[in-house]
Each structure stands twice: as structure tokens, then as C-alpha cells.
Design a protein around this ligand. Structure first.
Ligand SMILES: Nc1ncnc2c1ncn2[C@@H]1O[C@H](COP(=O)(O)OP(=O)(O)OP(=O)(O)O)[C@@H](O)[C@H]1O
Length: 349
């Protein structure tokens, strides 16, 4: 499609996408807002009304797209199933890779709109002919970790009005323009459809008896206590185990078939020197593969480790870690960076 001044903006009703609408309009773009219904929380639809009201105030079209079926199947079901396999899910990453951005692209294509936008705190940059996501200017809000899997056809069309701003500045800009409600909305945290405590979510969404109590074992196979069901634990977890032995204990392994959780008091025994990824995305093979100046992050807020990446096949990557890394959990995402540029990523096997 030929580039034009039209942009389709994903609007959640929150501060960031609302401010994105204002800033894009001020920059001369013809904005259309779209709000996806991803799930229904107690029938609440206030977010739809808020997005619609803002669009009315800005005199821009507002679309509502019902994505509940796809979200239920590909995100909520996957989230529950992954925990039931004893793994750690990454719903926000998968939602961006397979739902949010592809849907924006599909709807924009149908309407002859070239640009795609969200209120994500990221920037983009072109290097050696490839578009890359770049960390947002606000280190506290940077969301680059969730956007490693997007194809060039989406990256080239992205507009990211929050990328150069801090959240504090975004709130000031909203207040200066007289959008008090937008300026003072609460930040959202964690996984949008699930409360901070994912255990109660799993209990609520699974038939009774799906998760049953079992035993903790040490590395020698001795039973050292009772747990509430293996899906409630993640590799590397230290807090909330309910075993008190006067020393730090970590979840080392989860064996779903036997409902066993293996515990270690030695963090070093959880360390690994390599990992395999699937569902991988390599943006520019020359910038990532076989290089020794790449870092990998396996958690949103965790420190980055140096690594060398090689390709096994079209889907899989091998990651050799230059220093061992503890708490690698299967199911979670690994994201590659050089400086603040995202080079690709994958899901830990
Ligand atoms: N239901 C939705 N419909 C359309 N776009 C959405 C929806 N939810 C999120 N988005 C888009 O994805 C971006 C990132 O969403 P996320 O929930 O991670 O961030 P956020 O900081 O809560 O953003 P916001 O303040 O805009 O709600 C949003 O800024 C918005 O552009």
C-alpha cells in the first residue's frame, strides 16, 4: 500500500493511547481509532465508552472490533494451558505478535489506511535496510520486551508517538490540553485479563479438581513439604513456597505428570549455559547470528546477559550464554538487543 497521512490507532481508553490520538492529530495525521473487545470482565464496557467519547471530542472516527473469540482461544486458553504444562506463559507478547498488531494491519488494509499506531513506550529505527523496535525514552515504561516478534510489513508502517516521552510528560501534556481525566487515569499493571494473583484466576477458570495439592522434593528425592498444586509455581521462585528451613529455597524443576515440585537451596544449581528457543523471529540475520556483542533478556525487568545465537532451522535458535543464567523457565520469552535496538527473540523450549 502507498504511504498516506492516515493512521489507525489502537485505543484502550487509557492515558497513553488517548494521548497518542491527540499527538497524532496535532502532527497532521488523519486518525481513526479502533478499540478491540478482547475479553469481558464482569460485563464492564467503560473502556469502550471512554475511547468513543475521546474520539467524539477529537472528531475522529471510532471503530469497535470484537476479538473475544480469538483472544479466548489464543491468549486466555494458552495462558491457562501453559501453566498446566508446568511452564510460564507470555500473554502480552503473544497478543502483540498474533492479535493486536496483525488486527490493526488487517483493519487498516481494508480501509486504505497506511500507518498503524499504539500508545506503546517504544521507538523504531532503521539499520542496514531493516526496521527494528528501539527502547522507549522512559526506562521505567519501556515496552520493547513485548514487541520482538513483529514482521517488517508491520514495523515499517508503525507510528509510535509515546516513544520519545516519559509517562510524567505524557500526563502533563494531557493536563495542558485540558484532558484532565486522561491526565489522571491510573496506570494498568501486569496481564490485562488476569489479576496480579494468577492462582485465583486459574482456580476460577478450571474445573474443580484440576489443580490438586502435591509434594515438594529436594534434589535427592526426599519429600520436604506440601505444595498447593504444581501450576502455582515457576522456575526460580523463592517466595511463597510455605517451607521454612532457615535458608533460601528455589523452585528448580516442575514435573506436571507427577505433580512434583523440586526445590534447591543452591541458586547456582539452577544456572544454565545455553537455551533453545522456538517461534523465533530474527530481524536481520547478519546483525544477530554468530555475533558476540548481543545481549539477551528473559524477563521484563531483569538484567541482560551476553550471548551468541545460532540458527537451528527456520523456527528454532540456540543461545549460548557467556555467563550462566539462573531461572530460565520454559514458555517465557527471550529477547535479543544490541544497545537499545531489538534484534529478535523467541520462546524458551
Ligand atoms: N483493547 C484495546 N483496543 C485497542 N488497542 C489497545 C487495546 N488495549 C491496548 N491497546 C493498545 O496497545 C497499547 C499498549 O497497551 P498496554 O495495555 O500494554 O499499555 P497501557 O500502558 O495500559 O496503555 P494505555 O494507557 O493506552 O491503556 C495501548 O496504548 C493501545 O494503543
Amino acid at each position: 500500500m502507498k504511504e498516506n497521512k492516515k493512521v489507525l490507532l489502537g485505543m484502550s481508553g487509557g492515558t497513553d493511547s488517548s494521548m497518542a490520538a491527540l499527538l497524532l492529530q496535532e502532527a497532521g495525521y488523519e486518525v481513526t481509532g479502533v478499540t478491540f473487545c478482547f475479553y469481558e470482565k464482569d460485563g464492564q464496557t467503560a473502556y469502550l465508552d471512554e475511547a468513543r467519547e475521546l474520539c467524539e471530542r477529537l472528531a475522529i472516527p471510532h471503530l469497535v472490533y470484537d476479538a473475544r473469540e480469538a483472544f479466548q482461544k489464543h491468549i486466555i486458553r494458552y495462558f491457562i494451558d501453559t501453566y498446566m504444562k508446568g511452564q510460564t506463559p507470555v500473554p502480552c507478547t503473544l497478543c502483540n505478535n498474533y492479535l493486536k498488531w496483525p488486527l490493526l494491519q488487517q483493519i487498516a488494509d481494508e480501509r486504505g489506511i497506511y500507518h498503524l499506531a499504539t500508545g506503546h513506550y517504544v521507538r523504531k529505527v532503521q539499520a542496514e535496510g531493516y526496521w527494528h523496535i528501539r527502547c522507549g525514552a522512559d526506562p521505567d515504561k519501556d515496552q520493547s520486551f513485548f514487541l520482538w516478534g513483529l514482521p517488517q510489513t508491520i514495523l515499517e508502517r508503525m507510528l509510535l508517538p509515546m516513544g520519545e516521552l516519559t509517562k510524567v510528560r505524557v500526563r502533563e501534556l494531557a493536563a495542558e490540553r485540558g484532558f484532565q481525566r486522561v491526565a489522571h487515569k491510573r496506570d494498568s499493571f501486569g496481564v490485562c485479563f488476569c489479576p496480579m494473583d494468577y492462582r485465583s484466576f486459574l482456580k476460577e477458570h478450571l474445573p474443580e479438581g484440576s489443580i490438586v495439592p502435591g509434594s515438594f522434593y529436594d534434589e535427592e528425592g526426599h519429600c520436604i513439604g506440601k505444595h498447593e498444586g504444581y501450576p502455582f509455581y515457576t522456575i526460580g521462585q523463592r517466595r511463597g513456597l510455605g517451607i521454612y528451613l532457615n535458608k533460601a529455597l528455589f523452585v528448580k524443576q516442575i514435573i506436571p505428570e507427577e505433580n512434583k515440585v523440586i526445590i534447591s537451596d543452591n541458586l547456582q544449581s539452577l544456572e544454565q549455559n545455553e537455551m533453545y528457543l522456538h517461534q523465533s523471529c530474527v530481524i536481520n540475520p547478519e546483525a544477530l547470528l554468530g555475533r558476540d556483542d548481543v545481549v539477551v533478556k528473559i524477563r521484563y525487568r531483569k538484567q541482560a546477559n551476553r550471548c551468541t545465537v545460532t540458527r537451528i532451522d527456520a523456527d528454532r535458535l540456540h543461545v549460548c550464554l557467556h555467563e550462566p543464567l539462573a531461572s530460565i523457565a520454559s514458555g517465557q520469552a527471550a529477547v535479543f538487543y544490541r544497545d537499545d535496538k531489538v534484534l529478535g527473540g523467541g520462546i524458551v523450549e
